[in-house]
Design a protein around this ligand. Structure first.
Ligand code: KIV
Length: 258
């Protein structure tokens, strides 16, 4: 799709009912994200999510995807060593039915990415804002704003791709950096708050339906658009999101960082 110039529409999902809807509505890539710790379990961070949790939700989603590609998150510390990363990936792929795993981190994860990749585990590397680092960072904030941090992230992207990452995901960075990473990469780059010039977009399902706890308490991230507004039902809202990603209508300037 990247080569064909078609934008990739990605969305999180955690259960069978929504998996059926997302697949029917034309979502290309479904992520069982560790965001489930916040939008399903009601936590304030993703720290408590376990491999068993992600495998459980992936198992609910996988059988209902006829065309969408399923990616599952490696949760906090589940990839702290090569062996743990391999065991966790095995569970997410064999029990959970995932076709790719996603892990957060920069060049420091290159060794793990390579270890998984050469053993047949497709990997998505998640750069930029890494919610699993919340207890080190103290707050969720835009990454790569100064030139040193931007160059470092660009370098991380290259190193991770060279290590075998098949997909990059970039969260909360200035649009210009999202574009630079995409231009430099050979694999698709999926953005969330990374501007319009990436290969595709991802959002959290509950955010686009305007029902996530963050949205409900009035703390809507800048990059979130409420696709329920004006939609007749949930499936129409998901279709509207897919169409907006494909046409480039989403993200609009008000969803982007500079
Ligand atoms: O856990 C998740 O849902 C994610 C997306 C927000 C990209 O990592």
């Amino acid at each position: 799709m990247r080569a064909a110039g078609e934008k990739i529409a990605c969305l999180t999902c955690y259960d069978a009912s929504f998996a059926l809807i997302e697949d029917r509505a034309g979502v290309d890539l479904v992520l069982v994200g560790d965001s489930l710790g916040m939008v399903i379990h009601g936590g304030t961070t993703t720290t408590a999510v376990t491999v068993a949790d992600v495998a459980y939700h992936s198992r609910a989603v996988a059988p209902h995807l006829k065309r969408a590609f399923l990616v599952a998150d490696l949760p906090f510390l589940s990839f702290a060593t090569r062996e743990r990363a391999l065991d966790a990936s095995q569970r997410l792929m064999q029990e959970g039915g995932a076709k790719m795993v996603k892990l957060e981190g920069g060049r420091e994860q290159a060794d793990i990415v390579e270890y998984l990749s050469v053993r047949g585990v497709p990997v998505c590397a998640h750069l930029g804002l890494q919610p699993q680092l919340i207890h080190k960072m103290g707050a969720f904030k835009v990454q790569g704003r100064d030139s040193g941090a931007a160059e470092a992230m660009l370098h991380d992207a290259r190193v991770l791709e060279d290590a075998g990452a098949d997909l990059l995901l970039v969260e909360c960075v200035p649009s210009e950096l999202g574009k630079r990473i995409t231009d430099a990469a050979n694999v698709p780059v999926i953005g969330i708050g990374a501007g319009p010039d990436v290969s595709g977009q991802i959002l959290v399902l509950q955010d686009i339906l305007n029902i996530s706890p963050m949205v409900t308490i009035g703390r809507k991230p800048r990059f979130v658009q409420n696709f329920m507004a004006g939609a007749a039902d949930i499936e129409s809202a998901v279709r509207a999101y897919v169409q907006a990603v494909k046409s480039g209508a989403y993200p609009a300037p008000e969803h982007c960082f500079s």
